[in-house]
Write a protein that binds this ligand. Structure first.
Ligand code: ASP
Length: 342
């Protein structure tokens, strides 16, 4: 008989484990062991759950690449002993973290599922229990002794998404996330509906590689009508800047004015990587479709295709940390590495 799946629950912080400070009324993280006492249902699950917590749980607004490395280290250290990992995380930056970890964990062959909640676990109307319990259940799914899911995902409000395809869309609804350009991997109703044809294939014969070196010399520029030369010049001249995510309009369009194209061209010639992503919530960049993106293509701007900004910035930090040859960078960025783009 197959032994019970072993799941490691990693608590980083977030509303799920927060409690009201009576003096200020603000929510703060509290002790993880107390969190578990509030979910006796965990004992009823048909899997073994062990837990590990950040020493100091954080609001996810304080998340950063060093803390991503901490999560990656916990997963790597415990990788042989567990069948799956559930990461409890604040919802505010969860899509960034899920995207980052998807790049940092190469050849992942086990599920890593991020989840959290909009209301603390102790709240009467909390969404925390469903999110946590179903995330654990999905992480423990196995078929012929092999994990069903072998990628970094995000579970929230009855849906399992590919983590690096998600974005937070609502600060108060329980349905806080969406995956605008990739369908849901699992839908949770009376039964779990697995859309298996959408999962990344299991890479059980390859060794897990953990990449913790992320380069923070990056920036995001969101285009707006009226963006001025001084603003763009100042950003492009930030010392040691290596890459920029440029959030453009529609299908990757931007002004055709001379000063704009010249500035970008100069920066690219100096070795800066500029990635074009759309500021629309869904759809893809298609440089050359309009005249307003033809010059961007000609000067060597990289196409982010249908990637989210969260996945684009973390992929940029990851690839910069990989010390890729400059002439290879564009081709590699435009290739889907973990299912993050078409
Ligand atoms: N501010 C919280 C955080 O991201 C919100 C949440 O947990 O949903 O940590």
């Amino acid at each position: 008989m197959l032994s019970k799946a072993k799941i490691l629950l990693i608590y980083t912080g977030g509303t799920i484990g927060m409690k009201k400070d009576f003096e200020t009324g603000a929510l703060r993280a509290f002790n993880f062991s107390k969190l578990l006492q509030r979910i006796p249902e965990l004992k009823q699950l048909d899997c073994e759950v062990e837990t590990i917590s950040f020493d100091k749980p954080i609001d996810s607004s304080n998340m950063n690449p060093e803390k991503w490395a901490k999560i990656a280290t916990i997963i790597a250290d415990n990788y042989p002993s567990f069948d799956g990992f559930v990461v409890l995380h604040g919802s505010d930056t969860m899509s960034y973290s899920a995207s980052a970890l998807s790049f940092m964990l190469e050849n992942l062959a086990k599920p890593v599922i991020f989840t959290g909640s909009q209301l603390p676990i102790g709240d009467l109307r909390t969404d925390a229990k469903e999110n946590l319990i179903t995330a654990i259940q999905i992480a423990s799914l196995r078929e012929n002794g092999k994990p069903v899911i072998s990628e970094v995902c995000l579970y929230f409000e009855y849906k399992l998404y590919r983590g690096n395809r998600t974005t937070k869309i609502n600060a108060e609804h329980f349905k806080a996330f969406t995956s605008p350009n990739y369908p849901d991997l699992v839908e949770s109703g009376v039964h779990l509906k697995l859309n298996s044809e959408l999962f990344l294939p299991l890479k059980s014969n390859l060794q897990l590689k953990v990449h913790k070196n992320l380069d923070k010399h990056v920036a995001i520029i969101k285009m707006f009508p009226g963006i001025s030369e001084v603003v763009l010049t100042a950003i492009l001249n930030i010392p040691n800047l290596k890459g920029i995510i440029l959030e453009t309009y529609g299908a990757g369009n931007a002004p055709t004015e001379d000063w704009f194209i010249k500035l970008l061209k100069k920066a690219i010639n100096k070795g800066l990587h500029i990635i074009n992503v759309t500021q629309c919530s869904a759809g893809s960049v298609s440089m050359g479709q309009y005249e307003t993106s033809t010059s961007l293509k000609e000067i060597g701007v990289i196409s982010g295709k249908d990637i989210t900004t969260e996945a684009a910035i973390t992929k940029l930090m990851y690839l910069l940390g990989q010390k890729i040859a400059p002439n290879e960078f564009k081709k590699i960025f435009e290739t889907s590495l973990r299912g993050e783009m078409v």
